[in-house]
Ligand binder design. Structure first.
Ligand SMILES: [Zn+2]
Length: 339
């Protein structure tokens, strides 16, 4: 990405092993993320450009001499952040705060939207998949890279509990996966705030019991009507706008929690006083999806959840720029890239 609305497919130097803890992965599936749309709309022009992509599955082509947990030929899924798996934070399951980890792409590292990636700290980062690269569940397994784990994180941080009311702000892929997560954790009423017919249909399929298509104060009022005037126990904020955060805190009942996973686009959190007087918890951040892969994978492999349905368009590497455009124009929910 060279700037706003400027995505190019280019030949770059081949990915290769640099450190003994690296693995070289040939990418077989990747995707475009809703969070890629923030720089797509706002990035200042850059002469160097940024490698893009942080969600991918691929085949291990070679490993450094210190790699133990994956081997050549393994099909692996990568989380959207790489991590050592051993530091204080990794041990507590917060790999996105790894003391030695980092993020894909940029100017130094490979991105997932490319044919091959040098994976640092492969033992802590990669998880081997027990299926072949063309297995029918590939779309759902790919969501473990980010959106399914991120929706799960929002639900956990929002303290979703059996029999309680959850609300999801944002009908993108993460919000839709948040519906799956809320249902999986036992929420009885799941209110989806969204407006697009295709996304609403998918939300209902995933377990949403109520749809609120109003905006702003009208949305807050409608959620309160649906919850006996009290609001939701758990609110999953899956956008990151000031407006969506304002809605999220506005529909949280006293004593409830907001789990935010949308990258904040503003420097402050709205409604300091109402959240204070309501004893509302505001939690969340970048999901440690690496910590959730082993928990969520059996549900995918055994068909209990089907998050791969969020992919409504498949493209090849040459059409990635148009994939960005399609997601940005809300023509597509989420675009998968096949190599
Ligand atoms: Zn770590």
């Amino acid at each position: 990405m060279y700037g706003a609305h400027d995505v190019r497919v280019e030949t770059v130097p081949d990915a290769r092993i640099v450190e003994p803890t690296d693995a070289l992965v040939r990418v077989t599936r990747a995707c475009i993320c809703g969070s890629d749309l923030w720089p797509y709309n706002s990035m200042a022009p850059s002469a160097a450009g940024n490698r893009m992509g942080h969600e991918f599955i691929g085949v291990v082509e070679s490993i450094g001499r210190d790699v133990r947990t994956v081997k050549k030929g393994d099909l692996v899924v990568a989380p959207f952040a790489w991590s050592d798996g051993t530091c204080e934070f990794c041990q507590q399951g917060l790999q996105t705060s790894c003391l030695h980890g980092g993020w894909w792409g940029g100017t130094e590292l490979d991105g997932g939207q490319g044919e091959a990636v040098r994976v640092p700290l492969a033992d802590g980062t990669l998880v081997a998949l027990p299926v072949g690269p063309d297995h029918a569940l590939m779309p759902s397994l790919l969501t473990l890279s980010d959106v399914m784990g991120t929706g799960h994180h929002a639900a956990l941080r929002a303290n979703v509990r059996p029999g309680k009311v959850a609300a999801v702000v944002g009908d993108g892929a993460v919000g839709l996966c948040g519906v799956i997560a809320a249902r999986r954790l036992g929420a009885e009423q799941i209110i989806m705030l969204g407006r697009h017919a295709d996304r609403i249909a998918l939300a209902r399929r995933f377990g949403a019991t109520d749809i609120v298509s109003e905006r702003g104060d009208a949305a807050i009022e409608r959620v309160r009507e649906l919850t006996g005037g009290l609001g939701a126990h758990s609110v999953l904020e899956c956008v990151g706008h000031g407006e969506s955060m304002r809605t999220a805190v506005g529909i949280t009942r006293a004593g409830g929690a907001v789990g935010r996973v949308g990258v904040p686009q503003e420097t402050t959190i709205p409604n300091a006083q109402p959240t204070f007087y309501g004893n509302i918890t505001i939690a969340g951040g970048p999901a440690p999806v690496r910590a959730y892969m082993h928990e969520l994978m059996p549900d995918v492999l055994e068909g209990r959840i089907e998050p791969g349905l969020v992919f409504d368009r498949v493209t090849n590497i040459d059409s990635v720029p148009d994939g960005y455009r399609a997601m940005n124009d809300r023509e597509a929910i989420k675009v998968m890239i096949e190599f």
